[in-house]
Write a protein that binds this ligand. Sequence first.
Ligand SMILES: [Zn+2]
Length: 421
Amino acid sequence: MIKIPKFTMGVGDRFGKQGQAQLSALIAAREAGIAVCPVWNKSHREHSIIHTDPGDVRREADAAVNALGWQDPYFVDADHINLTTVDGFLDSSNFFTLDVADAIGSPAPTADVDAFLSRHAELCAPVVIDGLDQAVELSPARAKQITETYLFAVQEAGRIYQRIVDAKGEGTFVTEVSMDETPQPQTPEELLVILAAIADEGIPAQTIAPRFSGRFNKGVDYVGEVAAFEREFTSDLAVVAHAVKAYGLPDTLKLSVHSGSDKFSIYPCIGRALRAVDAGLHLKTAGTTWLEELIGLAEGGAEGLSIAQEIYRSAVGRYDELCGPYADVIDIDITRLPTVDEVASWSGPRFAAALRHDQSCEEYNPDLRQLLHVGYKVAAEMGARYLDALDASRDVVATHVRENLLDRHIRPLFMTMPTTG
Ligand SMILES: [Zn+2]
């Protein structure tokens, strides 16, 4: 079976131009002693908005790897696929994120629920788990309720998994199960039952993406209580380690954090929790690469700045259309958006300061940032004009992309941090 390395990170970018810049950040990390494996990912939603196909991501990844002589493993992720979208990704991907969030709550056949519960008497009582002060609170009623909520979704993941095995063969790809795009977080006891069901279903999951507590809005920082998140994350790590032993799941199984990018305030506690138990992590975080492109364009000269300003103007005018597909994962206060005229008067550095994710900067505007984050459709419609501008500002954009990934993500998360925070 293809085994996933301990630390992996989602990379890839909307327009397929920053593969080398992203990979160069991972090369710098490796030189500093941190092995992080790149996983190029792009969801069906992004492909359909930009009019690219999964083969483009494979080509971008292979080209970057060849150009920079990357010798370590790398993956191409069919991100958030389901039974209706998986087929288009079969040829190009060796990592599959089976998204079954929409199936949560659909009823599994009663006989299947009963069979699961009778196979798993151990889940019908409190479960003592190494590393946790308190037993995981389970009872017959709670186990039944969790099974009724999640068993069908796990069975659906089994159906998607089988479809991929039929096409590609067993052991030739990495499997992730994701349940993150749902309003209700999964508790550690729910995660334990879900993992037992995944094992029963015969899915060799190597990453699991639960929905964590708090808000993971696109491109901006975590919103929620950091200490509570840390307790939940630590419990989830212990549950995963327990499930590997108890249910024979792959020993590479690890948590996957679909961060929506830039969850800077929880990186220190995630890093601490991982180091405490020597656990691995998959982090999807590179979605804001396109915002680094915009920052580079705004700073790169008159044409780049006017493109950035036009994208903002269109994004304000097409607010509902652009925000609709992301309604669950953005939180924009429109009263705090600058007017189109104001933005049109900005200099390049002023535009960059509003957009760059630097919370210590007074000009940083998270509402503008979220709107532009979902506004990539406007750039896609500009076609050659946008892509040519990227080529004209290639070096400055690449520097922003690389430094963003290395300095704001990889270093704070994977390099030893002070214990405060
Ligand atoms: Zn996700």
